[in-house]
Design a protein around this ligand. Structure first.
Ligand SMILES: C[S@@+](CC[C@H](N)C(=O)[O-])C[C@H]1O[C@@H](n2cnc3c(N)ncnc32)[C@H](O)[C@@H]1O
Length: 257
């Protein structure tokens, strides 16, 4: 039985620290299932089409080789998976033999990803970032875009990425952050906390609180230096951070030595 006196409702948790909620995993899954059909439209509109540029930068930072095996974790509707496809194609990779794989634990995202990649024929798998269905040291690039913040135990997922990477493999994490300039930060937070949740909720018809969770989960997530430290603590070396668009988005990269 649930103790209603001590267990906060999701709304209260959203307004406090959503990362500290015991049932974060199932709540997150339910939110992404609900917003999957309008996910891409909301992403494009609310980032003013910058989200695809951020993903292209992430692919660039992965320093791809034509034979690389790429796994895109928390792939959602597959935008980063497809960006990796294009990156490998440009290098003349044999995509018939070696296509990027997308993995996400929200089943509802995967048919959308599959439909978008009909020509590219990527494989999308229903799986959890904290327990990847992959053998040790079998991948060259593991990416996760706007996903690590949503994982119940980010350090456990990063250790899992380390496990499945080959020596020399790269982990690429794209995640929201906040501008460091206080004026820009204030303006952005006004948009992020007061405008985006309303317009995105209206577009998606969402009732799960997904777009209230978004700004709150960014504001309460570990900061950039802590993310760099987490990557180092999980065994990655030469960890770097690359802020984009005034620091709204950051790409982190680490190497498995
Ligand atoms: C904000 S979306 C990002 C989707 C995509 N990477 C992109 O660039 O648009 C976050 C995704 O992370 C997935 N996710 C969250 N926790 C996960 C976990 N533990 N394992 C796998 N996927 C997870 C959600 O299902 C959701 O599709």
């Amino acid at each position: 039985m649930t103790d209603t006196k001590t267990t906060p409702t999701w709304d209260e948790a959203l307004l406090a620290n959503p990362h500290a909620v015991a049932d974060k995993r199932s709540r997150v899954q339910r939110m992404f299932a609900a917003i999957a059909p309008s996910y891409d439209l909301n992403n494009r509109l609310h980032s003013l089409w910058m989200d695809q540029r951020w993903r292209r930068k992430a692919v660039k930072l992965a320093d791809l080789k034509s034979t690389d095996r790429v796994v895109d974790v928390a792939c959602g509707t597959g935008d980063l998976t497809l960006a990796f496809n294009r990156g490998l194609h440009r290098l003349g990779a044999d995509l018939n033999a070696n296509r990027p794989i997308g993995i996400d634990f929200t089943y509802e995202m995967l048919p959308i990803a599959t439909r978008k990649s009909l020509a590219a024929r990527n494989v999308f798998i229903n799986g959890d970032a904290q327990m990847l269905p992959l053998a040790d040291a079998t991948s060259d690039v593991i990416s996760i875009a706007f996903g690590i913040r949503n994982v119940a135990d980010p350090a456990a997922a990063i250790r899992e990425f380390h496990r499945v990477l080959r020596p020399g493999g790269r982990v690429i994490i794209l995640e929201f952050s906040l501008p460091t300039n206080p004026i820009l930060r204030g303006l952005y937070n006004f948009y992020f906390r007061h405008i985006l949740p309303r317009t995105a909720t209206w577009i998606s018809g969402d009732r799960t609180g997904a777009y209230k969770y978004l700004p709150q989960s960014v504001n309460t997530f570990i900061n950039r230096d802590s993310m760099v430290k987490m990557l180092s603590d999980c065994g990655f070396s030469r960890v770097t951070q690359h802020p984009m668009t005034f620091g709204i988005c950051v790409c982190y990269r680490g190497i498995k030595s």
